[in-house]
Design a protein around this ligand. Structure first.
Ligand SMILES: Cc1cc2nc3c(=O)[nH]c(=O)nc-3n(C[C@H](O)[C@H](O)[C@H](O)COP(=O)(O)OP(=O)(O)OC[C@H]3O[C@@H](n4cnc5c(N)ncnc54)[C@H](O)[C@@H]3O)c2cc1C
Length: 656
């Protein structure tokens, strides 16, 4: 933060504006958090918090959650975090023996109600004998995992944005994914989007927050913070460069070498340097050699970029889909998702619902439990219709979804090789409960799965110990209008040397639900800022660890101040007023957002199998493993494909 920025008062930043949120985390909690940050792990930090002191400070950490069905489920809330902490207890047997038996026995229990867990339940019931029963246990107050949304009421208008999982791809028409989408009611994956309704020539606005649509038409801006501006370190406003590529970065406050590299990278000319042929299929020679090096080394070699340039100007965005900077990732991570081959033929491969893949999660739930939504089994039907929460967990239904239920332990009833059933112990509403199952799919993700299977063999434990997750905050900022962007003539921007985040982009919403058909600079919109935590030079594991510590120990109010300050620095010169223009801020804190694959993750090292293959290759007793992290790429298509494999294994080798 600049000196000048420090001088901005809370009042001028709008910190006292009427968005609903409390003040800081309890002073004790934050002080100890900051102090402990570099000494202990986030888990230890959490363990040190006096539980009795937490209820009073919960909202100070969660902050404002928006309105509607997702209002108390923004990211990983403090309540979920606290319940989750119990599963890491060194000696859970002391309290788990007290679990009350629900008397239920399911053919399959799925742990985790994200897209992978929901897909597993749907695919299980599709293939199971008539009369089979399936239960999904999900720890948040609402299903969807990272595929959830935030809703804001801005002066009577409802605006929404994704909490995490955002875009989807049009699949090949006869593919398994096309069939799955069709089965859940997504019959036509190409959506219609808002049109330009403003005066004058239409601005270039993309359909997703990742399009950089304005870059090619000069409607994109780069902002360089005060620390970039030589001899002007007191400047508050930084420096804008509008249409950076068109202007060849002339006037950018960077040295000549960086200017040349910025231009080569953002104009696409860096690709000319490349004689590189990308991998054709997962496991070919190219993909294996990519997995042996870091993404940073690969980009140096492929594009002739300098390491210093990559770290200063491209990280952590380059690799942002895997949560960390390029120095910490396997080079194959950049190519893994592309090998799922989106159907590009009509040039509309990438699609997005207003609340991101929330709609896909809702469609799967409608398929599992038709009474969960009164509306039709269509994107519009599940968007307009509220969730019938009471219908989610009814005894007569073949599939049930039990929310607010943190699974603490899964164990075979007897020797895993011969046992006929499992027991799962979970916490709901402060009570410990037990259900039994003939099979289980673990779809919650590596960071919990590795802790909760009581009898997990050492091979699988070792495999999971090589899965590293990194944190992320998705900050959704609702603004009353975006006239300040229109004044600058931009629909998206990127900033360097700021206090928080580094890009956002307007998007034209898909016309699903109550979305107005046109967008104008007067429209209320949500701007999503992705906040990553990267510390180049540290190991993949250490970077995730340190980022989680920071995410855990920083209050909502502190992040809010940084966001308001950042926006004020960038936009106050074009009329932006943080106090009046920001209608609400929601932070979605994801402690274990991204699987960040280190070199060797995908295909193994030293002749040993890759960690994911150990978990994918066979069931352990009556348990199989799903979640997108087993693919090593964060993409809901992998969530579904891993669910398909895990469910097939149950029918191939577990249930008779
Ligand atoms: C910031 C961000 C942006 C992303 N953007 C995209 C995108 O644009 N497009 C895309 O396709 N993918 C995106 N992804 C990837 C995303 O991970 C997948 O799309 C997909 O939503 C993941 O689904 P999942 O079921 O595999 O995992 P999750 O969504 O993580 O679901 C697992 C669920 O299990 C719960 N759980 C875990 N342990 C337990 C337990 N012990 N008991 C009970 N419940 C438990 C978790 O809390 C969670 O709700 C993004 C991811 C992040 C983090």
């Amino acid at each position: 933060m600049t000196d000048r920025a420090h001088k901005l008062s809370d009042k001028s930043l709008g910190m006292d504006a009427s968005i609903t949120r409390r003040d800081f985390l309890g002073a004790t909690l934050l002080a100890s958090g900051a102090q402990l940050l570099n000494q202990v792990s986030p888990v230890q930090l959490l363990a040190k918090q006096p539980h009795a002191a937490l209820p009073g400070s919960t909202e100070d950490w969660n902050g404002y959650g928006g309105v509607g069905e997702y209002a108390d489920s923004n990211g990983n809330t403090w309540e979920v975090l606290r319940a989750g902490h119990k599963l890491r207890d060194a000696n859970p047997s002391a309290f788990l023996k007290d679990a009350a038996d629900t008397g239920e026995l399911y053919d399959c229990v799925v742990v985790g109600g994200g897209i992978s867990g929901l897909a597993a339940a749907a695919l299980f019931l599709r293939q199971a004998r008539p009369g089979s029963k399936c239960l999904v246990l999900e720890n948040h107050p609402i299903f969807g995992g990272e595929a959830r949304q935030n809703e804001f009421d801005v002066d009577g208008y409802r605006v929404v944005a994704h909490q995490g999982s955002a875009i989807y791809f049009v699949p090949y028409p006869r593919s398994f994914l096309a069939d799955f989408y069709d089965a859940i009611g997504l019959h036509e994956p190409r959506l219609s989007y808002q049109a330009w309704g403003g005066s004058g020539v239409a601005m270039t606005i993309g359909r997703t927050p990742y399009d950089s649509a304005g870059m090619s038409t000069g409607q994109y801006g780069f902002w360089f913070g005060p620390k970039f501006i030589a001899n002007d370190s007191d400047s508050f406003s930084g420096k804008w460069l509008i249409d950076p590529v068109g202007r060849k970065f002339a006037g950018a406050p960077v040295n000549d070498a960086a200017r040349a590299e910025l231009l080569r990278w953002y104009s696409g000319a860096a690709a000319d340097h490349s004689k590189f042929a990308p991998p054709q299929y997962e496991g070919d020679e190219v993909s294996r050699s990519l997995d042996a090096v870091t993404l940073e080394d690969h980009y140096i070699q492929r594009f002739g970029l300098r390491r210093e340039f990559i770290r200063k100007y491209l990280s952590p965005d380059l690799g942002g889909g895997s949560g960390l900077g390029a120095d910490a990732l396997s080079a194959f991570s950049e190519y893994a998702a592309d090998l799922l081959h989106p159907y590009e033929k009509k040039g509309e491969a990438v699609q997005m619902f207003p609340g991101g893949n929330t709609t896909i999660a809702r469609l799967i739930v409608k398929t599992l439990i038709p009474t969960a939504f009164a509306g039709d089994p269509t994107p519009d039907g599940v968007t307009r219709s509220p969730i019938n929460f009471a219908a989610l967990d009814r005894a007569e239904s073949p599939s049930r979804i039990r929310l607010g239920s943190t699974v603490l332990q899964v164990s075979h009833e007897g020797d895993p090789a011969r046992a006929g059933s499992l027991q799962l112990i979970y916490e709901k509403d402060g009570k410990l409960l037990r259900v039994r199952a003939r099979s289980a799919v673990m779809a919650g993700g590596n960071w919990t799965t590795k802790h909760i299977i009581a009898d997990l063999p050492s091979a699988q434990k070792t495999a999971y110990s090589q899965f590293f997750r990194s944190p992320c905050i998705m900050a959704n900022i609702a603004v009353r209008n975006w006239r300040f962007l229109a004044k600058l003539g931009i629909s998206g921007c990127r900033w360097f040397g700021g206090d928080i985040g580094n890009y956002f982009e307007l998007r034209r919403m898909a016309l699903v639900g109550d979305v107005p058909p046109q967008i104008t600079p007067d429209s209320p919109v949500v701007l999503t800022v992705k906040i990553l935590f990267s510390y180049p030079g540290l190991s993949t594991e250490a970077q995730g660890h340190r980022g989680r510590g920071e995410l855990l120990a920083t209050s909502f109010r502190e992040y809010e101040r940084r966001i308001r300050n950042q926006f004020s620095q960038m936009f106050s010169s074009v009329g932006f007023d943080a106090q009046g223009d920001i209608a609400g801020i929601v932070l979605n804190r994801w402690g274990h957002a991204y699987l960040s694959p280190q070199p060797g993750f995908f295909f193994g090292t030293g002749g040993k199998p890759a960690p994911r293959e150990v978990l994918r290759s066979a069931p352990f007793g009556r348990i199989t493993f799903a979640n997108t992290d087993l693919a090593g790429a964060m993409d809901h298509r992998f969530s579904i494909l891993e669910a398909r494999r895990a469910v097939s294994q149950i029918f191939d080798a577990v249930l008779d």
